[in-house]
Design a binder for this molecule. Sequence first.
Ligand SMILES: Nc1ncnc2c1ncn2[C@@H]1O[C@H](COP(=O)(O)OP(=O)(O)OP(=O)(O)O)[C@@H](O)[C@H]1O
Length: 572
Amino acid sequence: MAGAIDHRLLTRARATRTYLVAGVAVGSATATLVVCQAWLLSRLIAGVFETRSLDGLPFGGLLPALGLLALVIVGRAALAWFNSWVAHRSAAAVKSQLRADIINARLRAPGRTQTSTGSLIALLSHGLDALDGYFSRYLPQLALAVTVPLIVGVAILTQNVLSAMIVAITLPLIPLFMVLIGLATKAKMAKSWRTQRRLANHFADLVTGLPTLQAFGRARNQTIGLEKTEKKHRSETMSTLRVTFLSGFALELLATYSVALVAVPIGLLIVDQKLDLLTGLFVLILVPEVYLPVRQVGLHYHDSIDGIAAADDAFAVIEAAGGKPGTVPAPALTDATIAFDRVGFTYPGAKVPALAELSAEVRPGELVALAGPSGCGKSTALALLMGFQFPTEGSISVGRQQLFELDIDSWRSQLAWVAQEPGLTSGTIADNVALGNPDASPAAIADALRRAGAPDLAPGRIVDDAGENLSAGEIRRIAMARALLRIDAGARLLVLDEPTAGLDSDTEAAVLAGVRRSGAGALVVTHRPAVLAAADRVIELVPPALAETSVEERGPSVAKPTPADEAAEVSR
Ligand SMILES: Nc1ncnc2c1ncn2[C@@H]1O[C@H](COP(=O)(O)OP(=O)(O)OP(=O)(O)O)[C@@H](O)[C@H]1O
């Protein structure tokens, strides 16, 4: 059946495998108890007819069977409870593993997925909860649908071959119908899932962009848009439910007719006294038990679709982070040169490259400036250097190693990064600065803030989510202090994406001079003439369109020679 078990869930989420083994064991035990229950019930009913004429205690001989029946019923209830307990534990374990994998994938390669932030939040919060139904309802039923018909079918075969043959012919019709219904509704289910995702995105956009939307008088339109998506979601949910109920009804009808097909000949055989009452009852009680778990799988089919769709989304994020992470320890930047060799990058789904033909070097301890018009790919070049993305053209090497081969943690431990829009976490300013070096003393944190031009910011001041209570300049100075602390802790390259927005020229000059004194290098995206003048080399990026069209005449983007290069050239 389409989408029964996602092989990636089996290979990645170990709890799924454990659960399937437990499910088959519980299913087999349940099937055995079903057979015992049917046997005891038929013995009791047939016994009532046979002992009716006895004097004294007519049903006294049936008491042991009655006691056993009670035990079997308690056993079945215990198995059902155990099954549900294992299922919920497995769902929790799988969800927790997938959440960790998603977050790790996002940390390893933040920009490599096409999943928007809204979708990611929806997936990490309630999206993966769709796996609850998959594990607690669908998979247990799937295990029972395999084990119960097999064991109960064999029990029927030992008693009455004709009944077993009727069951063997009619039972496959149920999965067949389920496949047909599944094929007919697959597109509908996928559409419903897409609408659900769009609703989550719409909502996230509305929340994050509310001030802008209000400023431009568009908040009302967005609310109307949200209402439309919500209405669509509601009608699609109703139509999904309609399909679910209708398909349940069809499967129920099929199973009922199949049971009747067995019941009629059994009844006739009993009337003709060709079959004793005990055997006839045993078979009649068992037959519906064969169809029940298979029918229930159909009823919980939508749980499997929802669960698989959630798992698909999770794996899209996890797999986008790339195959196996690199393992080679990063060469020390104290003597390794970083080389961009005709590096280009096109974002997934984009038609034009964001960066093209970048060739440049960053030598140990150098201050290298990255300049060029807006949108020419400066931030993208830094993202490639940080290992958030891998080049789609050319390569980046560190010493003799390719960047993609490096253990990303050992590589990033040498870098101190200040993003264009630095991220802050909730806590205090000191907590955020200490991200650069968790072992830093309060005095070192205060000193880093001072050097980053932020002596006015009290380290104990509370930072709201994403630094909402701070100005853009303050956020950038805190991020700069964090990077300086990281340099103090041993990072060898400061990676700055237009750090000057929050700093005055003097502070900026002091920051860069301080970094150079420490022996660390810096790769700085900047437009400021003072930084460009102080740089050992300036890499002029050209817009990708220009790089694409005229690379033959112009040659690749290269660094302007430094005075040291020129001196070396002269001496040659
Ligand atoms: N996540 C993304 N998906 C698709 N395209 C992107 C993405 N991020 C950036 N781009 C595009 O890639 C190109 C380069 O962007 P980038 O941010 O690297 O430029 P930049 O030189 O740093 O610009 P600025 O100086 O304005 O900060 C731009 O055309 C941008 O629209």
